[in-house]
Ligand binder design. Structure first.
Ligand code: ATP
Length: 236
């Protein structure tokens, strides 16, 4: 579905991605993990058209998407939930969700999908008329994901969904993602700093360090949290 080959990107003379190969198949849940500064956000920004690559190829459903604008990619089904969630804090939950469905012509379809995301994220139903800025961090993360779902993505990329959340809330957010993947076949590319909790959800894991992929493995090849941690900290 998504294929990245030899991707190089950076900022001025700084190379943040030194030739990345990555593939995401339909229905997969792929995690890219790596420490601060490894290049994870740069990777997602480059795929989603927010940043031009220095070189390499990016294809989505077989077509090159290098040089496409983010909104165009969004219409084609590739949607980014950026780090920091980017919800409209002064608007209500209802209004934030309405903005997610704004580019669509089918009002009945949007209404049905709003009901769907409220079933997936019950906490948003409870806070539907409330101001988004008053939601907790976990609730805001769920709202950002719900809003992205209303854009009808076939592949959704999420930058650090667990950032700043308590472990119990991370479990809830991950459980909703699992449900979306299972029930709607949504494909996920998720970036995280920590390997904690990801083994249960992921189908495939990449470890990124200094702009290079140092591990690329299916979850059944990794086996245990300990093995994943060892690879992450470079003891293997
Ligand atoms: P984090 O977990 O901190 O978000 P990351 O793995 O997402 O880290 P990136 O944000 O992609 O890493 O950063 C990769 C490299 O690019 C780092 O060396 C960082 O300092 C640098 N970098 C990131 N954004 C910019 C920018 N806007 N201008 C210049 N350098 C940047």
């Amino acid at each position: 579905m998504l294929k990245v080959e030899g991707l190089r990107a950076g900022y001025g003379r700084l190379t943040a991605l030194g030739g990345i190969d990555l593939a995401v198949g339909k229905g997969e849940i792929v995690f890219v993990v790596g420490p601060n500064g490894a290049g994870k956000s740069t990777l997602l920004k480059t795929i989603s058209g927010l940043q031009a690559p220095f070189g390499g190829t990016i294809t989505f459903n077989g077509k090159s998407i290098v040089g496409r604008a983010p909104e165009q990619l969004c219409r084609e089904g590739l949607v980014l939930v950026p780090e920091g969630r980017s919800i409209f804090r002064t608007l209500s939950v209802e209004e934030n969700l309405a903005l997610g469905g704004m580019g669509r012509g089918d009002r009945a379809g949007v209404q049905r999908d709003v009901e769907g995301v409220l079933d997936t994220f019950p906490v948003l139903r409870a806070r539907y008329k409330g101001i988004a800025g008053h939601l907790s961090g976990g609730e805001q993360q769920q709202l950002a994901i719900a809003r992205a779902i209303l854009q009808q993505p076939s592949l959704i990329m999420i930058d650090e969904p667990s950032l700043g959340l308590a472990p119990l809330i991370i479990d809830q957010v991950y459980e909703s993602l699992r449900q979306l993947n299972k029930e709607s076949g949504l494909t996920l590319l998720i970036v995280e700093q920590s390997t904690a909790r990801i083994l249960d959800l992921a189908t495939h894991i990449y470890i990124l360090r200094n702009g290079q992929v140092v591990l690329n493995a299916r979850v059944d090849e990794i086996g245990s949290d300990e093995a994943l941690e060892q690879a992450y900290f470079g003891y293997t």
